[in-house]
Write a protein that binds this ligand. Structure first.
Ligand SMILES: Nc1ncnc2c1ncn2[C@@H]1O[C@H](COP(=O)(O)OP(=O)(O)OP(=O)(O)O)[C@@H](O)[C@H]1O
Length: 251
């Protein structure tokens, strides 16, 4: 079965006003378990809207969205909050760590909210910290580590709940190119361990790490590319070319 099934999804903001905005007009795609998908498109194309609907933060105006067979559009606000905690992991451009908590407590936070026993939290953090290279900084505070290290902490926070789906919104947008590559290498390893990832990005370099890239234009899927056996460099060139065609309005 598909992990995520999206069919004829539409989203109109301010539907009842004189200026409705059709952010998503027709979006259909499926995601299989273990996939790593990048979503690209120009500013205003509808990427964040799509991500927010998958994240259960917003509701679609029409169409179907199922995650593991669960109809996300039928969830109440409380059910959606629970669903997010139990099934989704989030990574943001600006890390969104709480500076008043240690890195360790930031990572524990979703488990605290889910009332997971302390012994289980400690058991889960050890292998995660080792695989993400954060053992040395785990008892510092977010303000005492670099941006790349903060993003590693944020990745640990997203993964500690063992989510069905990891959603990343411009995860390298605030990082220099070397640090970005380190974070993207980590995503690669996380995906190789079976984690399904959907990443919104403006960066062809970042998208080239994903195995499939969906291009969105004016609320519709314009094109998709598969990495296949391409090298990172070849695939990045393909992605850049497609973005250029899309920007120039080509078919
Ligand atoms: N809450 C809202 N109310 C009204 N219109 C909105 C709202 N959120 C987004 N839009 C509009 O919906 C369209 C799609 O926006 P969206 O933020 O999804 O694009 P995006 O591809 O993520 O852009 P960017 O790359 O700049 O983040 C835009 O025309 C935007 O102005």
């Amino acid at each position: 079965m598909n992990l995520l099934h999206i069919s004829h999804l539409q989203k109109t903001y301010n539907a009842n006003s004189t200026h409705p905005v059709k952010a998503l007009k027709e979006i259909s795609f499926d995601v299989n378990p273990g996939e790593y998908i990048a979503i690209m498109g120009e500013s205003g194309a509808g990427k964040s809207t799509l991500l927010n609907i998958i994240a259960t933060l917003e509701k679609a105006s029409a169409g179907e969205i199922l995650l593991n067979g669960q109809d996300l559009s039928s969830l109440t606000a409380d059910q959606a909050a629970k669903y997010r905690r139990e099934h989704l992991g989030f990574i943001f451009q600006h890390f969104n760590l709480l500076n008043s908590l240690s890195n360790r407590d930031n990572i524990y936070l979703p488990l605290v909210l889910a009332k997971v026993p302390v012994a289980e939290m400690e058991k889960r953090i050890q292998p995660l910290a080792a695989s993400l290279g954060i053992e040395q900084i785990i008892d510092r505070y977010p303000t005492e580590v670099s941006g790349g290290q903060q993003q590693r902490i944020a990745i640990a926070r997203a993964l500690i709940t063992q989510p069905d789906l990891l959603l990343a919104d411009e995860p390298t947008g605030a990082l220099d190119s070397n640090t970005s590559n380190e974070i993207l290498d980590l995503f690669d390893r996380v995906n190789a361990n079976g984690q399904t990832i959907i990443m919104v990005t403006h960066s062809a370099a970042a998208a080239s790490y994903a195995k499939r890239t969906l291009f969105i234009k004016d609320g519709r899927i314009y094109h998709e590319l598969f990495r296949g056996d391409d090298s990172l460099k070849q695939y990045q060139e393909e992605i850049s070319k497609t973005m250029m065609t899309l920007t120039n309005g080509g078919e």
